[in-house]
Design a binder for this molecule. Structure first.
Ligand code: WT7
Length: 636
């Protein structure tokens, strides 16, 4: 039996038992046998339950890039580490070997040093899905700089607030990006964002689309000329186990995004361990995760998890629709992809198109399929299973979060029997619990409640950047001693978990986690708007779409409603990004509120979803009469 590589259900149960009975011994054995250390740890786990601080492998020293790259130079130097598939299928794919990756990361790291970046400095990365994105993460890690990747679909305002929150010294970006048939002016967005970011000293610019951009003297530098003269020798900075590796922002129920902090050793171990088991990764495999590196899925399962395991990881620049709806299947055939990991929203969009797009391609290389980001509905699951997996590839429905760093509840292929819509069983080391609304643990099976985790795991986010109190309040105050996920879940008769969705004011749209508060803040900036409330409603491709209820000021009442709708979505695009645009906007004279003045989103959600029969008791509201008006004017 190997703890590191689980191959059957019996073995899973044994390993899981061990991981719960003796977590420190369990993780210690995994750490000892599978990673490269510069110094051994003194203590596996230190857990301060009062202050909600955990430290894994305290005293150990390492550099994650030695685990991702250097150690492979002896055994698989010429194996493809990163397989880059460009947006345009006519442009050749690039096979970056481990040896080349080493050289490119070292050169890049030397450029960072040359521009004054030191251990502990924060570097913001705002790049499209090109090799330089993965390389820049690793270059930061090489010298101990903390990377903060901002998804390149976010707006200038969102970018600048993230830069300021982490006081980044540098931004790495590109002239622009390709997105299907379109190009996007990334550097223009960065220039706008940098109007009010005092901590930024320099900007490195990758040339990707050869567009005409403005370079600010003394601040902006083209990357390539600097790489051309950089040395390819860059010794890895020796890091402590708990040194910060990266910050990644995620939205929450309140306005300000949360900069989740992940540290070095625990994150590395857990990302690698889960990658190996959940994808049953083997040396000859070609693994592809279609997420963007701007999200945690890309950090853990395009870059770190695969590379620590010496894998070949596909990095795709484009979109599923370009040049046509067959693009994903074309890539799977072209590179003989063995594991494919994507989001339910992509599956639903692809399933709507003609099956010819799928059947044109040979998908026989596929062994394992994965999904992440939101609950997968039964129909999408079957479409994926029948048409992509041809009923022979297990589907891993992986539940996890930016905060958890790695997958938490997921089947292990060939071990855990799968059931559509169930994330199934906790991975080794993970102890989920279900709580009722009063905070009492629901024991036994066939129960439904709120999902929490009662014991630390190596890759949990350690804090919120600059605000540990907020971290404690959000994650550990609801059920003291337990990490609260914000999700609802049920446990069936066999102990399988099914995630039922968020129980807080976060809405998952096309797999993107959106807090209602920042969107409402953006809407309320409109000079004609008095108040607004956002809810999610079911959408057959996006999972959820956004529905806005807006009260106009008296001065705004004469305005053309369609114009106001456009302007509101424009504001949202500027403040957050196009992903947060509203599908429907209903103007109303009031919003249902409790007597203490809290907006009753539950009622608004039901109305937007067409469930007006199940509103429950509304007589205790401050303004029950408004419910009738809202129902009367609902947009279908
Ligand atoms: C939220 C976290 C983890 C990478 C992508 C999202 C939802 C995630 C599943 C799943 C049902 C899921 C949860 C979670 N979620 N995976 N397999 N089944 N729901 O990361 O942006 O931090 O969002 O995504 O609601 O809390 P994130």
């Amino acid at each position: 039996m190997s703890n590191y590589h689980i191959k059957g259900l019996e073995e899973y149960f044994q390993v899981y038992r061990k991981s719960v009975d003796n977590p420190t011994q369990f993780w210690e054995e995994i750490a000892e046998e599978n990673f490269v250390w510069r110094k051994r740890w003194d203590n596996v786990l230190a857990w301060d339950k009062e202050d909600n601080r955990v430290k894994w492998f305290e005293g150990a020293q390492l550099n994650i890039t030695e685990n991702c790259i250097d150690r492979h130079l002896y055994i698989r130097p010429d194996k493809t580490a990163i397989l880059f598939e460009p947006n345009n299928p006519q442009e050749p794919a690039q096979h970056i070997t481990y040896k080349e990756l080493h050289e490119r990361v070292c050169k890049f790291a030397n450029v960072l040093k040359d521009k004054g970046i030191q251990k502990g400095d924060r570097v913001c990365i705002y790049l499209p899905m090109i090799p330089e994105l993965a390389i820049s993460l690793l270059a930061c890690a090489r010298i101990g700089a903390i990377h903060s990747v901002v998804f390149a679909g976010f707006s200038a305002t969102a970018l600048s607030s993230r830069i300021n929150d982490a006081t980044c010294k540098m931004v790495i970006t590109s002239d622009g990006s390709y997105r299907g048939a379109k190009t996007i002016d990334l550097k223009g967005i960065v220039d706008e964002a940098l109007q009010d970011t005092p901590s930024i000293e320099s900007v490195l610019v990758v040339k990707r689309i050869q567009s005409d951009i403005t370079m600010q003297n003394g601040r902006d530098y083209w990357l390539q000329p600097l790489l051309d003269v950089a040395s390819s020798d860059c010794p890895a900075e020796i890091m402590n186990a708990e040194d910060e590796l990266f910050i990644l922002y995620t939205s929450g129920s309140t306005g300000k995004p949360k900069g989740m902090v992940h540290t070095t050793a625990g994150y590395m171990i857990y990302a690698a361990y889960t990658f190996k088991n959940v994808f049953q990764y083997r040396e000859q495999d070609v693994y592809w995760c279609s997420a963007d590196i701007g999200w945690i899925t890309g950090h853990s399962y395009i870059v770190y998890g695969p590379l620590v395991n010496g894998a070949t990881t596909v990095l795709f620049e484009g979109v599923p629709t370009y040049p046509d709806w067959g693009r994903f299947w074309n890539i799977i055939e072209k590179h003989k992809v063995t594991q494919f990991y994507t989001a339910p929203t992509a599956i639903r969009a692809l399933a709507k198109e003609n099956l010819d797009y799928v059947e044109k391609y040979d998908l026989s290389s596929l062994k394992i399929l994965g999904t992440v980001g939101e609950p997968i509905n039964e129909e999408a699951w079957h479409w994926y299973n029948d048409n992509i997996g041809k009923k022979k590839s297990p589907i891993v429905d992986t539940w996890w979060q930016t905060e958890t760093g790695g997958m938490m509840i997921s089947p292990i292929p060939y071990a855990t029997p799968t059931i559509p819509t169930f994330a199934t069983l906790p991975l080794p080391g993970i102890q989920p619990v279900l709580m009722d609304e009063k905070g009492v643990e629901l024991t036994g099976n066939q129960v439904e409640g709120r999902l929490a985790v009662k014991f630390p795991w190596p890759s949990m986010a350690r804090t919120i950047w600059g605000n540990h109190q907020r971290y404690k309040d959000i994650y550990f105050s609801t059920y003291p001693g337990n990490y609260f996920t914000g999700d609802g879940a049920l446990r069936d008769a066999t102990g399988y978990y099914r995630i039922t969705g968020r129980v807080d004011d976060v809405i998952i749209v096309s797999g993107h986690n959106l807090g209602t508060a920042p969107i409402e803040d953006a809407i309320n900036e409109h000079q004609a708007v008095a108040e607004s409330a956002i809810v999610g409603f079911p959408h057959n491709v996006k999972g959820n779409a956004l529905y806005g209820y807006v009260i106009l000021k008296e001065t705004g009442e004469g305005r053309d409603h369609n114009n106001v709708r456009k302007e509101i979505n424009q504001l949202i695009t500027e403040r957050i990004g196009p992903i947060a645009k509203l599908d429907k906007i209903q103007f109303t004279s009031g919003l249902p509120k409790t007597r203490s003045g809290k907006i009753m989103r539950r009622i608004l959600r039901k109305i937007a979803s067409g469930e007006t029969e199940q509103l429950g008791d509304i007589s205790t509201l401050l303004n029950p009469e408004v419910v009738e008006e809202v129902i009367k004017n609902v947009l279908v």
